[in-house]
Design a protein around this ligand. Structure first.
Ligand code: NAD
Ligand code: WQD
Length: 338
């Protein structure tokens, strides 16, 4: 058993990862400044798992706070989720994105090393891959040419971590490149409920399904794909969370590692297929219309998931239907509260 610190742990992926870690016998500590989440998610995790999760409300850029956490808690592994993540917003607020995402990482690694905490899992993204690659993304492919400051923060933080692993050989790192995380815990008590109008597909569908939004705009139906809509690799957030528990186990067994690993299902699903699966899983009709292409969207990309299977023993277990059913259940519970 080990104790894992989740920076950004009250967020969407962090809260689900807290559940997976507790299920697999780890202890969890959280630090989050609540800039994009509420403390309630961790309270729900505590109720669900009948466990205590020490939670520090504060900024990872605050070196004093991070020193206090590493002094008070005996941490074995850090999973670094904390960061700003909205693609469009990052174009308008590059300074905020570079400052928050870089400074939090620099302070975190500095304080980790000072306290001999040597294992880090970083939340990277499929967005680091050069768009010019073949659609099936393999870890060794070229990265860069990112489409927005958010993407560049992931690209650069990966490089910072590689440089630190080289300079401080005691540091072990796994950088998980997530594809498209969706869905919610089957209990419906934690999930993704963005503020304002959602940018991402599944949260938008969820809000149309409960009547909060009128209809879905499908951005483009003239792409060179089988049904003309874009293809992505959707992964159930609980599968993604399980990958983090496996990454912690891997780090604890492999000194001197520094690995980039795709976390996706390995299968492409089109926007239209996701809409149809949602309707079928929830026995309902979704209002949608076709709209012009969204700037910057690639027609198709999905993960090559071999490395995750080989190194971590990771394989997705939940289907697209599970993603749709769980996402809807969560949204229904949320709308009951609103
Ligand atoms: P989220 O916004 O729900 O969670 C991030 C958390 O970090 C939030 O709770 C926020 O309050 C916190 N935070 C931000 N800056 C902080 C700081 N300086 N100090 C303390 N807390 C801070 O997002 P998420 O979807 O759970 O994403 C988690 C991580 O995974 C992010 O780094 C994101 O970039 C990355 N990622 C997400 C996706 C996705 O589609 N959701 C895909 C690829 C990568
Ligand atoms: C999926 C598909 C849209 C909304 C983003 C980030 C990426 C990563 C994951 C963090 C696309 C279409 C969407 C809508 C639509 N995040 N769509 N109508 O763009 O693949 O990836 O989230 O690292 O960096 O860019 O995900 O959910 O926004 O879009 O038709 O209202 O759904 O055009 O084809 P994307 P998405």
């Amino acid at each position: 058993m080990s104790r894992v610190l989740l920076t950004g742990g009250t967020g969407y992926i962090g809260s689900h990862t807290a559940v997976s870690l507790l299920e697999s016998g780890h202890e969890v500590v959280v630090v989050d400044n609540l800039v994009n989440s509420k403390i309630d998610s961790i309270r729900e995790v505590e109720k669900l798992m009948n466990a205590k999760v020490p939670t520090y409300i504060g900024d990872v850029q605050d070196e004093q706070l991070m020193n206090r956490i590493f002094t008070e808690q005996h941490i074995d592994v850090v999973i670094h989720f904390a960061g700003l993540k909205a693609v469009g917003e990052s174009v308008h607020k590059p300074l905020e994105y570079y400052q928050n995402n870089f400074d939090s990482t620099l302070v975190l690694i500095r304080t980790m090393l000072a306290h001999q905490v040597n294992n880090i899992v970083f939340s990277s993204s499929a967005t680091v891959y050069d768009p010019a690659n073949d659609p099936e993304r393999v870890e060794g492919m070229p990265v860069g040419n990112c489409s927005c400051p958010y993407g560049w923060t992931k690209f650069m933080i990966e490089q910072i971590i590689r440089d630190c692993c080289h300079a401080y050989p005691q540091l072990n790192a796994v950088m998980l490149r997530y594809f498209n995380p969706v869905g919610a815990h089957p209990s419906g008590v934690i999930g993704e409920n963005p503020l304002g109008i959602p940018n991402n597909l599944m949260p938008y569908i969820q809000q149309v399904a409960v009547g909060k939004l009128d209809h879905l705009n499908i951005f483009g139906n003239d792409y060179p794909t089988p049904d003309g809509t874009c293809v992505r690799d959707y992964i159930h957030v609980c599968d993604l969370a399980d990958a983090h528990a496996l990454a912690c186990d891997y780090l604890l067994k492999h000194e001197g590692c520094c690995q980039e690993i795709n976390i996706g299902s390995g299968h492409g699903v089109s926007v239209m297929e996701l809409v149809t699966a949602f309707e079928k899983a929830n026995n309902m009709k979704l209002a949608y219309q076709f709209a012009p292409r969204r700037e910057g969207d690639l027609p198709i990309f999905f993960a090559n998931a071999d490395k995750a299977r080989e190194l971590l023993g990771f394989k997705t277990r939940r289907s697209v239907e599970d993603m749709c059913r769980d996402a809807y259940r969560y949204q229904q519970k949320q709308s009951g509260k609103e």
